[in-house]
Unconditional design. Structure first.
Length: 278
C-alpha cells in the first residue's frame, strides 16, 4: 500500500487557520487518503522544519510571517512569486521545493466572482506580504492607480517597490492610515479588525468594492459597512487560493464547492460560539 501523503499549513500564529478545514474537505470529496495539519512555525524555525520532511510530503501552505522568508529556502520560485516577493505555496516533489503564490490568482478569481466591472483605482490598507499579493492581483485586473495607507511607511517599502516595478507601470503612492482621504474604486484591507477605526471606515464609504482579507473575526468593521456594495471576503480569497494549492499538491481538480461549504460551516460555528460583544 502506498504511504499516506502529507500536507500542512505553517505560520505563527496558526490556530485560527481554516486551511486544514478546506483541504481536508477536498480530500474527503475526492476520496483521497491524505493528511493536512497546522503547524506553528516561525521564521527562525522554517529551515529546520523543511529539512525534517520526508518524501511523503507533497505541499505546504505558508502564512505570516513566512511568505517572504520561504523564497530563500526554495529550489525554484515561480514568476508570480518572484514578482510579489512572497510565496504562500511550496510544492514538494522528488526533493525539490517549488515556491509559488496562489494569493495573486486567488484574489483575481475572488474579485471577479463578486464584481465584473472595470476597476481603475484602489486603496490598500496595510503594506505587508498580503497587501503586495493583492496589489499585484489588482494590477492584473487593470488597476493603474494604487494608494497604500499605512501607519509606518518603512514597513511598506517592499510592497511599494514591488508595485511600482510592475510591468504595467502603475501610479503608486503612500499615505497615512489615520488621516488620508480615500477616493478609489476599490478598498482592500489587510489590517487587523482592531485597526479599522470608525473614521477609517467612514473614509472608505465612497468605494464601489470592498475587499476584506480577513475571515475571522467576521464581519470586520469594514465588511459590516458594505451595505449593497460588492464585498469580497477573506473566505472568498482563502477558498480560491486553497483550491489552486490543492490542485498543485494533489494533481486533481479541486472540489471548490465542497471546500467553500466546509469553510462556511466552521465560520458559522465560531460565530455562534463567540461571546456577545458589548
Amino acid at each position: 500500500m502506498p504511504a499516506r501523503q502529507h500536507c500542512a499549513v505553517l505560520g505563527d500564529p496558526i490556530g485560527h487557520s481554516l486551511s486544514p478545514t478546506l483541504h481536508r474537505a477536498g480530500y474527503a470529496a475526492l476520496g483521497l487518503d491524505w493528511s493536512y495539519d497546522a503547524h506553528q512555525v516561525g521564521e527562525v524555525d522554517l529551515a529546520d522544519f523543511l529539512d525534517g520532511l520526508d518524501d511523503t510530503w507533497r505541499g505546504l501552505s505558508l502564512t505570516m510571517p513566512l511568505k517572504r522568508r520561504v523564497l530563500g529556502l526554495a529550489s525554484s520560485v515561480s514568476e508570480r512569486a518572484r514578482l510579489a516577493g512572497a510565496a504562500n505555496t511550496l510544492v514538494l516533489r522528488a526533493g525539490e521545493r517549488a515556491a509559488d503564490n496562489t494569493d495573486i490568482p486567488g484574489a483575481v478569481a475572488a474579485i471577479r466572482e463578486k464584481h465584473g466591472g472595470a476597476l481603475k483605482s484602489a486603496t490598500i490598507l496595510g503594506g505587508g506580504a498580503t497587501a503586495t499579493s493583492i496589489g499585484v492581483a489588482l494590477l492584473e485586473l487593470g488597476v493603474d492607480r494604487v494608494e497604500l495607507l499605512v501607519r509606518s511607511a518603512a514597513r511598506a517599502e517592499e510592497t511599494l517597490e514591488v508595485l511600482r516595478g510592475h510591468p504595467s507601470r502603475p501610479q503608486v503612492t503612500i499615505g497615512a492610515l489615520d488621516e488620508a482621504p480615500v477616493q478609489t474604486d476599490l478598498v482592500a484591507s489587510t489590517i487587523p479588525a482592531s485597526a479599522q477605526s470608525r473614521s477609517l471606515v467612514a473614509r472608505c464609504a465612497g468605494a464601489d468594492v470592498l475587499f476584506e482579507a480577513l475571515y475571522d473575526p467576521w464581519p470586520t468593521p469594514l465588511a459590516a459597512s458594505a451595505g449593497d456594495r460588492a464585498l469580497v471576503g477573506g473566505l472568498d480569497l482563502l477558498v480560491h487560493q486553497a483550491a489552486l494549492q490543492f490542485e498543485m499538491f494533489t494533481e486533481h481538480p479541486a472540489p471548490l464547492d465542497a471546500m467553500r461549504a466546509a469553510g462556511e460551516s466552521v465560520l458559522a460555528e465560531r460565530a455562534a460560539s463567540a461571546p456577545p460583544t458589548s
